[in-house]
Structures are given as C-alpha cells and as structure tokens.
Design a protein around this ligand. Structure first.
Ligand SMILES: [Zn+2]
Ligand SMILES: [Zn+2]
Length: 223
C-alpha cells in the first residue's frame, strides 16, 4: 500500500496518506470556531457569527477547498475511488481531535451525515458523506445514523433561484425523523460552501431536541 499523495510505501497501510503528506497539508490561519472562515478578532468566534448565530455549534474542516484535498474529493466522488474514504475520514477525525483538545469538545452521542438527493444517489451509487462518516463513528465508538435525515425532492433547479429564494428553499429541504432529546450530534459533510445546507439541517436537529451539533468536513470553501 502506497501513500495516495506521494506514492511512497506506507509503514501503516490503513492510513492511506503518509505522515509527511499529512504534515504538508495546507493549514488554515486563524479561523472562527463556528463558521471556520478566517477572521482577525482575538475571540474564537467572528463578528458574523456573533451578529447572526448559525444553528450549528462548531465547524471543523481539514483544509480550504484547494489541492491536494480538492483533487482527492474529486477522485472519491467522480472517479468512484471509494477506497479513499478511510484515509480522508482519518484526516477529519484528526482535525476534530485537535479541536477537541483546544475547546474541550464533548464526544458526540451519535454521528450522521448530510443526505444526498436521491436522484444523485442513484446515479452515483453512494453518498460520499456517508462513506466518510461511517469510519468516524466506529473510531468514536458511537452510533452511526446515516438515515436520521431525509431530503425532499427539489421541485426547482437551485441555479435559477435568487439567493433569498435559495435560502428559503434549502430551509424546507430536510426532515429529521428521531427524537434527539439530550443528544449531541456530529454532522459529516465533504465540502461546506455557503453553510446554508448544514444550517438547515442543524435547525432540524435542534428542533428534534439535539443539544449540540458539531459539523466536521474535509474542506471549507473560503468565500
Ligand atoms: Zn505521502
Ligand atoms: Zn464565524
């Protein structure tokens, strides 16, 4: 087994990416602990999140949406290299673990993932967020609930909508099917772009009683 980035033989084959390549991954400068976007205040939370608090509580990303992770996500999703899931999930787990040390995060009660539109699921054959979430739940020794949420079929193509219409559309897109009273949830996605999707999902999770929602993703698009 070789490192998927530098092709050097791996001493620990299950890791998928060697220690040197993990060390060389692009790092964020100071980011807000809630939205994971760069900010310059001395506080953990940026002024945007203070002014309008998202429904989720923490957002942890491995890197910005740039190479080499951008390329690896592309391989996973579009070239069906689903065997990359464990190596990528490990990076997410490490990022969560590092944040946990800093912020004394609690270990979640259950792990779930952003559901894929069912048409996309049929055409792709898998949900990449589910592939990433499964090993993380196993390492945390927590329940994995990939079908906690369902995604309603979208009537309109998002591309033709204005920003306000898109936000309103996404807010009614997800349904949660379980009582989550007294439960903390870890929500997994591959890429977080605007944050509208994870916000709509977090709103549903909290409505069902979730005490906290920690989002862990591979890449955060820095707008
Ligand atoms: Zn390497
Ligand atoms: Zn923020």
């Amino acid at each position: 087994m070789r490192c998927v980035l530098c092709d050097m033989p791996l001493s620990l084959p299950h890791q998928g990416i060697c220690c040197q390549c993990v060390k060389n991954l692009p790092k964020f400068n100071k980011v807000c602990h809630q939205c994971c976007l760069p900010h310059s205040l001395s506080t953990d939370i940026c002024y945007r999140c203070c002014a309008k608090k998202p429904y989720w509580d923490e957002l942890i990303a491995v890197s910005e949406y740039i190479n080499p992770l951008k390329k690896l996500i592309h391989h996973l999703k579009f070239y069906r290299k689903i065997e990359l899931n464990t190596a990528l999930a490990r990076l997410m787990f490490l990022a969560w673990y590092q944040r946990r040390e800093v912020d004394a995060l609690i270990k979640p009660d259950l792990v779930t993932c952003v559901p894929l539109h069912h048409i996309r699921y049929w055409s792709r054959g898998f949900n990449q967020a589910e592939l990433l979430a499964k090993p993380i739940a196993r390492w945390l020794n927590r329940d994995f609930s990939p079908y906690l949420l369902s995604r309603k079929p979208t009537m309109q193509d998002q591309k033709n909508l204005s920003l306000t219409e898109r936000i309103a559309n996404v807010e009614t897109l997800f349904m949660c099917h379980q009582d989550l009273s007294h439960k903390s949830v870890m929500l997994i996605d591959d890429i977080v772009t605007t944050g509208n999707t994870i916000n709509a999902i977090s709103q549903q999770l909290k409505k069902c009683g979730a005490t906290s929602v920690h989002v862990v993703c591979l890449c955060r698009t820095v707008l």
